[in-house]
Design a protein around this ligand. Structure first.
Ligand SMILES: Nc1ncnc2c1ncn2[C@@H]1O[C@H](COP(=O)(O)OP(=O)(O)OP(=O)(O)O)[C@@H](O)[C@H]1O
Length: 286
């Protein structure tokens, strides 16, 4: 199991892989007890430069540079503590929904699992390569959909042969060509929904150890959402672990067997989908 981006304090937890409250039991329907992701008392802190005084003058910038040796607050660095002491163990075959109000830390947690953000404290361990599919997944707007399928496939570690074999499947799944030959046009000509569909289709073409999806389903239309949900269920059966961030409780109900509920960066509840959603819906008044 590989360790993602240990933070500067992470050493103090070395060798301890269960959370302080013990491991949560895997939800029903998990096919395998092998852990794929372990978060151990994880803290993520963003640092925003020059956010303290709001002064943008050259003298203010210079005085910040001069104060470089002093503490961060004096230099005008603001800290945003986005994830606070989150611990959980994810297993193979689980589809885990991440829910919580805006700004509760869901995307931050996914990015930390993907190794894109360093831990301030605590650790993340992953088994296999986590792939993060976000609304901003890196495809090139000036390249055609066709080129992006190849680029995206290569970026995920597929060989040219594998991409060639899967190419038609990816295009068909995306439905990009249903209304004309759009796959040979640059991606900048796509609507946001079309671009999101292509991103999802590329990512879903590969079996992932850990696939993380950030709101990708929200942008597609209902038919595409249904098709994606079906694919998520398949990916789960193929023994990977899927994380899905969504504000759509129905999507979470239809695809996930377990839910992590974050509020203000803390893990408020972790358990079977229905139990957690019931409490969450009480909380949001829906
Ligand atoms: N790059 C950044 N720099 C500083 N603070 C950030 C950054 N990205 C996110 N934050 C802050 O971290 C906190 C958690 O944000 P995050 O995007 O993880 O929330 P979220 O639960 O995914 O929200 P949403 O449901 O609105 O997408 C928020 O307070 C946000 O303002």
């Amino acid at each position: 199991m590989a360790e993602q981006n240990a933070g500067h304090d992470a050493g103090q937890n070395a060798g301890r892989i269960t959370g302080p409250d013990g491991e949560p039991a895997p939800a029903q329907g998990a096919v395998d007890r092998r852990p794929t992701v372990i978060a151990d008392n994880l803290h993520i802190v963003y640092r925003v430069n020059g956010a303290r005084t709001g002064k943008g003058s050259a003298t203010a910038a210079l005085s910040r540079i001069v104060k470089r040796g002093s503490d961060e607050a004096a230099r005008g660095v603001r800290k945003v503590h986005a994830v606070r002491g989150v611990s959980f163990v994810a297993y193979r075959g689980e589809a885990i929904g991440l829910i919580g109000s805006n700004g509760s830390g869901k995307s931050t947690l996914l990015r930390a699992i993907a190794g894109l953000l360093p831990a301030e404290r605590g650790k993340v361990y992953t088994d296999g390569q986590p792939s993060l599919l976000g609304v901003n997944a890196a495809l090139m707007n000036d390249l055609t959909g066709e080129r992006n399928v190849i680029l995206g496939g290569l970026a995920m570690g597929m060989s040219r042969e594998q991409i060639k074999e899967r190419y038609q499947e990816i295009v068909d799944f995306s439905g990009i060509n249903e209304k004309g030959d759009f796959i040979t046009l640059p991606m900048r000509t796509y609507s946001s929904g079309m671009a999101a569909r292509l991103r999802f289709s590329i990512a879903a073409a590969k079996d992932h150890d850990v696939l993380m999806i950030d709101e990708a389903l929200a942008t597609g239309d209902r038919t595409f959402q249904r098709r994606s949900e079906e694919r998520i269920r398949e990916l789960r059966k193929e023994a990977g672990t899927v994380f899905l961030v969504s504000h759509n409780n129905k999507s979470i109900r239809d695809t996930c067997n377990r839910v992590l509920w974050l509020e203000r960066g803390e893990l408020r509840m972790d358990g079977p989908t229905e139990e957690v959603l019931k409490e969450y819906e009480k909380f949001t008044g829906k």
